[in-house]
Write a protein that binds this ligand. Structure first.
Ligand code: ADP
Ligand code: MG
Length: 700
């Protein structure tokens, strides 16, 4: 129900006209009354607080300070020319400085008068200053300057058209007072009531003119919730369509293979978390609808095993199952673990990658098509056209973040009705992010590691400790353990990184001489066969040290490796560091992760390193990562439309996201057609929203 008033072009607002309307659209993307109303302040100034100079502290917040304005002068020349003035309060002084528009500023300064200046305080030489402050005569300050004053972002061009923050405020106020203004509210009353949130009109008003911090918080929460809720409602419908609402294979029976595996072959008990997730999967696959589930779990939490049990469930019900992994190495490793479990059950597992060629490939595809092959593991070679299944009942995607939605869809298209889908993440992502990024999937979490693992000890060292590190590594090797040494490889500086890696390799070879020590090297420039061969040597324990780039990041499983040395660790992201660390600690021995950095680190790098040293908990690390990088960056790719919220913030609004998801699911459950009178306005708003998103999705 797009209200005509909200959609009115801004050119029709008094005092705007076509020229300014065009500038508003160009600079701020504001086109309609509704857009301008939703141009919320980026901050509020408490104009009732005026500080004395001696109370000032340098900092990012804008403050008001009172004093006598004196000593205005122009100093310097050329590009260093600037205007300075002093604000004086008894013995205390503050410097004011302007670099631009000097003549114009100087003309307007009420020299010799009491003023209130407004700006950001910097530490400067031995004192404090404010650059480009706003200056107002103390006497002429309106009494109404008390309370929270909204500050709006603007641009220089708009400023020159009198649409600076104050000018925008006036236009917004005109909208807020327009007798014809929009007063509708599409949020169902019962939803609004549970949180005691204001009506929409009141909330929008409060955003611009909050009566109190509490009123502002309620308004912001309500409006942020709206954004999240519409998203989650869309997801809820997607889940309904792809899942419960779509016919899927009903895997009703737990058959012989799963039972035999669980009772006779599985060498250890499942963790409670694994049991819970297996139950969730069984429920989905037995429901008659299609499963679309995301399993999140920390490195080493045993996701592969959970996936394998789901695959057995498919086989027990007469279907095939497939597992897709992002790299050849990882696919091979999965194939190997699955074979070990599947062979005693008499089930056939095959591996399909780009390097399976010729007659072997032909045979494999034939066996797959006639159903004599039960389980297929592979890279994205799996989703290519010539790969035809006899009857694919379950598709598992490992390391989801490396695959796009399109690839998931192609896997689903391999069977009709589409197979159940199980998606696994490599490392945890924060729950709220998962709910937005993978909102169309049901979510499972394996939040427990198998028992008996010794927590990995993580140490931070610099080059000054190199000798001690070397002798530590030699001691570990003497105990029969193996060592990884990883170098960053970042595309922009690939050449330099490569040089680092080779220099590192040479010095390791020098300091760990043959024949006593055997050193492997693996990097992205090697041919796949050579990589494979070197990895194989290390995995079989024939070499002691593996020097590598991040090609070993995912999957590799060498339980005897007990030390992970990460060189230039400051250049890795948190989730990558955590992934790499997860390569050790897979056996019974105490394992170590050594983060080597230079001695000069940025603040963010310090936080990353400290976080790694402090905790092994992938979920905690993911949270810190989200705080440092923000949601857009975290997943490496920007997902179309996702997370472009005006007010909602996935870092801070976790509870709102969860609540939006629950509320959306409940509404779809109770009134899937939105037919109840209470949902009429919502239905109209949502159909607008969904249409916009779908069109966007097709363009993006
Ligand atoms: P990830 O979740 O990182 O993919 P994996 O599935 O590779 O973890 O499991 C890591 C290791 O833990 C494997 O060697 C696996 O066999 C083992 N494992 C899995 N579940 C259990 C369990 N319940 N008890 C003991 N070991 C387990
Ligand atoms: Mg895994």
């Amino acid at each position: 129900m797009s209200s005509r008033w909200l959609d009115t072009p801004l050119a029709y607002l008094k005092g705007i006209g076509p020229l300014r309307a065009e500038a508003l659209a160009g600079d701020l993307g504001l086109r309609t009354f509704g857009d301008l109303l939703a141009h919320y302040p980026y901050r509020y100034i408490d104009r009732s607080v005026v500080l004395r100079i001696r109370e000032l502290q340098p900092g990012p917040a804008e403050v008001q300070v009172r004093g006598l304005l004196t000593g205005v002068q122009t100093v310097g020349s050329g590009p260093k020319r600037r205007l300075t003035a002093r604000l004086v309060d008894g013995p205390d002084e503050l410097e004011l400085v302007w670099f631009k528009g000097l003549r114009w500023v100087e003309k307007g300064l009420p020299v010799g008068e009491e003023v209130v200046v407004f700006g950001r305080v910097n530490a400067f030489k031995n004192g404090l200053n404010i650059a480009h402050p706003e200056v107002e005569r103390a006497a002429s300050r309106p009494a109404a300057a008390a309370g929270l004053t909204p500050m709006y972002s603007s641009t220089e061009r708009l400023g020159s058209m009198q649409l600076h923050s104050r000018g925008l405020a006036a236009k917004i106020d005109a909208l807020l007072e327009d007798p014809a203004r929009d007063r509708s509210d599409w949020m169902p009353e019962s939803l609004r009531e549970t949180q005691k949130w204001p009506r929409r009109e009141v909330a929008v008003h409060s955003m611009h003119h909050p009566e109190s911090p509490q009123a502002l918080a309620a308004a912001r929460n309500r409006l942020a919730f709206e954004e999240l809720f519409l998203d989650q409602l869309l997801f809820a419908y997607q889940r309904l369509q792809q899942g419960r609402g779509r016919a899927g294979h009903r895997f009703a029976s737990v058959g012989t293979h799963l039972t035999k595996f669980y009772e006779e072959i599985l060498p250890f008990p499942l963790t409670e978390a694994q049991k819970r997730v297996v139950r969730e999967i069984r429920r989905d696959m037995g429901s008659g609808g299609a499963m679309n589930r995301l399993v999140q779990g920390d490195v080493g939490s045993g996701k592969t095993l959970v996936a394998f049990m789901a695959m057995l469930l498919a086989v027990d019900n007469g279907f095939q199952a497939a597992l897709m992994a992002p790299t050849e190495i990882l696919a091979q490793q999965h194939a190997r673990s699955l074979e070990i479990w599947a062979e005693p059950l008499g089930l056939r597992v095959a591996l399909l990658t780009g390097s399976v060629k010729g007659s072997a490939r032909k045979q494999l595809l034939a066996d797959l098509a006639d159903g004599s092959l039960h389980l297929l593991v592979g890279t994205h070679a799996l989703i290519e056209d010539p790969v035809v299944f006899h009857n694919l009942g379950l598709a598992v995607v490992d390391e989801q973040h490396r695959f796009g939605v399109a690839q998931r869809a192609r896997l689903l298209a391999k069977n009709r009705p589409a197979p159940h889908m199980l998606v696994m993440t490599a490392t945890p992502i924060p729950r709220t992010l998962a709910m937005s990024l993978y909102g169309d999937l049901e979510q499972s979490v394996i939040d427990e590691l198998p028992p008996g693992r010794k927590p990995i000890q993580t140490l931070h060292r610099t080059d000054a400790n190199r000798l001690a590190l070397w002798s530590f590594l030699k001691k570990e090797i003497a105990l029969g353990r193996q060592v990884y040494m990883v170098y960053p490889l970042i595309e922009e500086s690939e050449k330099l990184d490569y040089k680092d890696l080779m220099d590192g390799y040479e010095s390791v070879c020098r300091d760990f001489p043959q024949p006593e020590y055997q050193v492997s090297i693996v990097h992205g420039r090697m041919r796949p066969e050579d990589k494979e061969w070197e990895m194989g040597r290390f995995a079989r324990g024939e070499t002691h040290i593996m020097v590598a780039t991040t090609v070993i990041e995912v999957g590799v499983n060498v339980p005897n490796a007990s030390v992970m040395v990460i060189e230039n660790a400051e250049r890795f992201g948190l989730s990558q560091l955590h992934q790499l660390r997860g390569r050790v600690g897979r056996g019974a021995e105490q394992s170590y992760c050594v983060l080597m950095t230079s001695s000069k680190l940025s603040d963010d790098a310090v936080t990353r390193i400290e976080t790694m040293v402090r905790t092994n908990d992938g979920f905690e690390i993911a949270d810190v990562d989200l705080q440092l990088r923000g949601p857009g960056d975290l997943m490496g790719t920007r997902q179309s439309g996702v997370m472009e919220y005006k007010l909602a913030n996935l870092v801070h609004d976790g509870p709102l996201v969860e609540w939006a998801r629950r509320a959306a699911a409940r509404i779809v459950d109770e009134d899937s057609q939105l037919e109840q009178p209470e949902h009429a306005a919502l239905r109209a708003r949502f159909s607008d929203y969904a249409r916009g998103r779908m069109v966007w999705g097709r363009i993006a």
